[in-house]
Write a protein that binds this ligand. Sequence first.
Ligand code: FMN
Length: 456
Amino acid sequence: MAGVGYYAQGAWSHPASQRHRYTDLDFWLERSKLLDEAGFDALFFADVLGVYDVYRSSQAPAIAGAVDFPLNDPFMLVSAMLTNTQQLSFVLTASTTYESPFALARRLATLDHISKGRIGWNVVTSYLPNAARNHGLIEQIPHDQRYQRAEEFLAVVYRLLEHSWDNDAVVYDKANKVYADPNKVHTIDHHGEFFSVQGPALTEPSVQRTPVLYQAGASARGLQFAATHAEVVFVNGSNRAALAAQTAKLRAAAAAAGRAPGDIRIVTDLSIVLGRSRSEAEDKANEIRRAQSPEAQYAAFGGASGFDLSQYDDDDLLPTALTHFSQAEAARFTTEKDRPDTIADIKSRLLDLAPYARTLVGTADTIATEMATIVEQTDVDGFNLHEFVTPGDFEEFSEHVMPLLTARGMRSPATTAGSLRNRLFGHGDRLNDAHPGAAARRGQRQLASTPKASID
Ligand SMILES: Cc1cc2nc3c(=O)[nH]c(=O)nc-3n(C[C@H](O)[C@H](O)[C@H](O)COP(=O)(O)O)c2cc1C
């Protein structure tokens, strides 16, 4: 995240952490250069639009502990990080609940132009009531309605980015002073339940047109949305069996939505603590544990799940009723388990190393071997690697684990410059024909004529 703290809450207080430098552009340029040179596929920015305020019914624990707060705007950082990277792609989180589809399509397309196609969009529906109150609402739009809005949001973005400009619309004819052919630029005239957009898109077609679509909703509704639209899906599970079950469910849902098995890449969260020996890695893990903050971790859980752990006794169980927060967040302690966890179990799990990702502690060799085993056992395609200590973790991973992954044939094959979509799927820069966004290309053609102003 474009801030101090994320996922492993409190890790910014580790003696070696420099996360407080997040306001310094050099900090980000150092990160992008490192990841680009090491051959990572992409740098992913998570983002939220409000403060976590469920735990202790207060914003104080999140503000004190830097729980996804304060946060700068990752779009600004990415435009700077494009300047010192050649291969690395960037995946940006943007909310269909609070953004405008017309304005967001423009910002994404601009980044796609200037990066030559190295952009992905993590489509989120958001879950913080404070985010709703920051955007003119009294309370959150209900959970499933947020997904309804997300469906319409994507329909508008597809029409803008896939349909409104023909491939050959830009003629750049200096002799006749024609830049674009008006017959090949179309309005979209969308009038729906949530949005009204005339179009055309302000931007001419970029390399990928629609950026690569990422998604992570794990509720029943979220899974259906991912199966329909997402090209890359973040999938987690409380253990490997649950992760394998989730990937199987997603692949089946994608097939039911008419998509081929190769149309979706599944990525799971991973953290590592690397040592030259097992005991050195364990010592480092203990140092990270000491840096993590229970209060901040409970604040993060409260904000995401909607459940305030300060309101329960240790042997209570969380209610299984669905909330308007992230439904997947609580489910991993309740409905996903054979026997639900008690509040004491949940608290202790939240104090594990990076409770939101599986964590591997050991030597480079054991970590590379375990990564291969996870892929084999769970059918994931890749990893979203978290950092505990910045700088440090990515440097060590690049130096010691990446060469082993390369030697074992586990790296993404594409190492030449190209779009993110081509790197991930190898079928070119644009959405493939089976994707619902591709259907927007075939919509009815209209002239980009402006209605005459009428004076009554
Ligand atoms: C790896 C990962 C990253 C996520 N990043 C974000 C994020 O940046 N912002 C956000 O609002 N939600 C984020 N989420 C949450 C989901 O995208 C989703 O919006 C949330 O879980 C609510 O949907 P659900 O009830 O369908 O799970 C992330 C989830 C995962 C697993």
